[in-house]
Unconditional design. Structure first.
Length: 594
RNA sequence: GGUCCUGUAGCUCAACUGGAUAGAGCAACUGCCUUCUAAGCAGUAGGUUCGGGGUUCGAGUCCCUGCAGGAUCACCA
């Protein structure tokens, strides 16, 4: 509110001092750098042509007018063409009491608009890994941020449950599994199925080698290896709905799903609706055939169906193979259409998928547009960079993946170790302690993955990446725990923090904190527009940092002035509230004590 | 080769959309626990913002060009 008041007053100042008309909402104010006095800065250079004065004179004129005529301004200083404005303490207090009173601070009113966001979307032949963690945390957090912005959000995923990759695991299990099940081995279902996928690859390579030794050329051997033939036959039988194949497929996918559920639960990630490729690929095929009839697509001599995107600067893209079977793109066409049928009210669909698929989504959106779906232009590919390891790229076939479950458990164990070393768990029950380890360990992981601009690829070094000091979740959680301790004490002392004095002399850090708190809704909006959890992460860190400065420099309970003491408790309470809110947008919980 | 993304302190990242002397964290070094939690605070040191041009009062940010890294351009998913 201070900012908009300042803009109004500046607009008036421009017209009073220089007789020029600049609407308030066209004036841009930036935060004053720390080394100068004041909180808000007007850069005067852009207005010089209209004021016809030097930068200093322009700033000087506006500043002195503001001090005389604006109720929020108590002082100013001019450095070159920069007008630094000092805001009246009573205005800060008024601003703060507004924030204190607003119940839903950080949430915007219902916009009556629906959006859909997709994330995770794994294959069912291998367990989730570090890349999925970035994907899931990003998608889930963006969903929360959009909710805070007043959208109603549907969280979905498409499960790639059919295709040759599944059949590979099935064949390997049939051959070598000896009836093994998750229940009897105690192994998570997704892990068990993943192991057979790896086993397939190993046996496949062995068979190729044997064939090559028998004098068959390598290219041919790759096609003729018996185990691969078996997998292809399996896929064919599945597509023909052979009961045995379908039964095995259902059984093994079931194992995978229960394994995934466990992982999602620990991640704190969920979905409102699941889509299965096995249920959407046929619709995609129908749509392609319809498009063919309408002349949007064309058929080549061999019977394959294509779309020509050369007018759009791309090339031709295959939609149906010559044998009539569908490809990845076909399935995604079907899925998109099905989703808009299921949820006719959604205005946008957001796909959280790695940046290696940027081309794919450009093509997909173009095709949907060509098919005449008006919503195609509103689809958005939320693209993010890969997570690299010090050893290079993760490759599941080479075993250089960081498994999601392993990593989360390691994080929790490290958090426990750290906490014990610091001796921070006196008075905790076993259950409470475990909750804390999980909160801190998973929080550190999520924050690490979310604080970075999604576009950027990032390096994950298992030994060094996760820290508990500095720009990390534990630092922020710790700040929240500190405030909680203060609030507990205030309650004991009978200080209720609902009333804020109207006047009083504030400390620089207190002004800064109120200023930052006032910024928060704007940051939530910005994060929503840009699908950018990193903006929230950065904000919550900055706020925590500032609070710790306050905590260090200013004593609350030894303050003699009762009103000031109450104000400081209230300020602390609001900071804690905003930290909690911001962290919840990232999917991170904060403790009362640590 | 075409298209897209990225390049900022030794490392990981910021920089409010073109503003002041480019900021944080980690790592290194120096201080601060008899006070509301030291997972903290204060400080020192660390930079040719990949190079070269241009646009203007002003460029890490915009334009051109070169360099480096990555992704992608499949009858794979």
């Amino acid at each position: 509110m201070i900012e908009s008041a300042l803009k109004q007053d500046l607009s008036r100042a421009f017209s009073a001092c220089y007789d020029i008309n600049i609407p308030a909402d066209e004036i841009s104010i930036q935060p004053t750098r720390r080394e100068f006095e004041g909180s808000h800065t007007l850069v005067c250079f852009p207005y010089l042509k209209q004021t016809r004065k030097s930068p200093e004179q322009t700033a000087e004129g506006l500043g002195s007018w503001l001090v005389e005529n604006s109720v929020v301004v108590s002082g100013y200083n001019v450095v070159k063409g920069f007008l630094n404005i000092v805001v009246e303490d009573s205005s800060w207090l008024q601003e703060f009491s507004g924030i204190l009173a607003s119940e839903n601070y950080g949430n915007f009113p219902d916009r009556k608009e629906e959006v859909m966001i997709e994330y995770s979307s794994p294959n069912t032949n291998k367990p989730l890994h570090l890349g999925h963690l970035r994907n899931n945390f990003l998608g889930w957090s963006v969903a929360e941020i959009l909710k805070a912005n007043g959208y109603s959000v549907h969280k979905v995923q498409i499960i790639n449950d059919r295709g040759i990759h599944i059949c590979k695991s099935m064949v390997a299990w049939q051959r070598y599994g000896d009836g093994e099940t998750p229940a009897e081995t105690g192994k998570k279902g997704d892990k068990l199925v993943g192991d057979y996928y790896v086993r397939f690859d190993r046996e496949y390579k062995t068979e190729i080698k044997e064939l090559v030794e028998q004098g068959i050329p390598e290219e041919e051997a790759k096609k003729e290896a018996p185990i691969l033939k078996e997998a292809q036959e399996m896929l064919l039988r599945w597509e023909q709905k052979d009961p045995e194949a379908v039964h095995l497929w259902e059984r093994m996918n079931g194992w995978v799903y229960s394994g995934f559920d466990q992982t999602y639960k620990q991640m704190g990630v969920d979905f409102d609706k699941l889509y299965y490729e096995s249920e959407t690929y046929l619709l995609g095929k129908e749509e392609v055939l319809k498009g063919l009839e309408k002349g949007i697509f064309f058929r080549k001599e061999d019977g394959s169906v294509w779309v020509d995107l050369s007018k759009e600067g791309l090339d031709q893209k295959l939609l149906l193979r010559s044998d009539g079977t569908s490809v990845y793109m076909t399935q995604d066409i079907g899925t998109a259409i099905l989703r808009f049928r299921d949820f006719p009210e959604i205005i946008r669909q957001i796909y959280t998928v790695g940046n290696e698929q940027e081309y794919h989504f450009r093509v997909l959106f173009l095709i949907l547009d060509k098919l005449g779906y008006s919503w195609a232009k509103e689809c958005y590919h939320l693209s993010y960079g890969m997570v690299d390891l010090p050893t290079g790229k993760m490759k599941s076939r080479e075993g250089t993946v960081v498994d999601a479950d392993d990593l989360m458990n390691e994080m929790i164990a490290t958090a426990e170790e750290h906490t014990r070393e610091l001796g921070k768990i006196e008075g905790f029950s076993g259950e409470e302690a475990r909750e804390l380890y999980e909160m801190v360990g998973l929080g550190a992981l999520k924050f690490f993955l979310l604080k970075v601009d999604p576009k950027k690829r990032m390096l994950f070094d298992p030994n060094e990446s996760i820290q508990f000091q500095g720009n990390t979740a534990p630092f922020i959680q710790y700040t929240h725990a500190r405030i909680s301790a203060i609030l507990r004490k205030a309650e004991q002392l009978g200080i209720s923090a609902n009333e804020v004095p109207e006047t009083g002399s504030l400390h620089e850090v207190e002004r800064m904190l109120i200023n930052m708190l006032g910024d928060y809704p704007g940051r939530v909006a910005e994060a929503g527009q840009n699908y950018a959890p990193d903006i929230i992460a950065q904000f919550v860190f900055d706020l925590s940092k500032e609070y710790n400065r306050f905590y260090q420099e200013i004593s609350i309970f030894s303050e003699d002035d009762e009103e000031l003491r109450t104000f400081r408790v209230a300020l602390s309470a609001v900071v804690a509230r905003v930290i909690r809110h911001g962290m919840s947008l990232l999917g991170i919980n904060v403790p009362e004590q640590m």
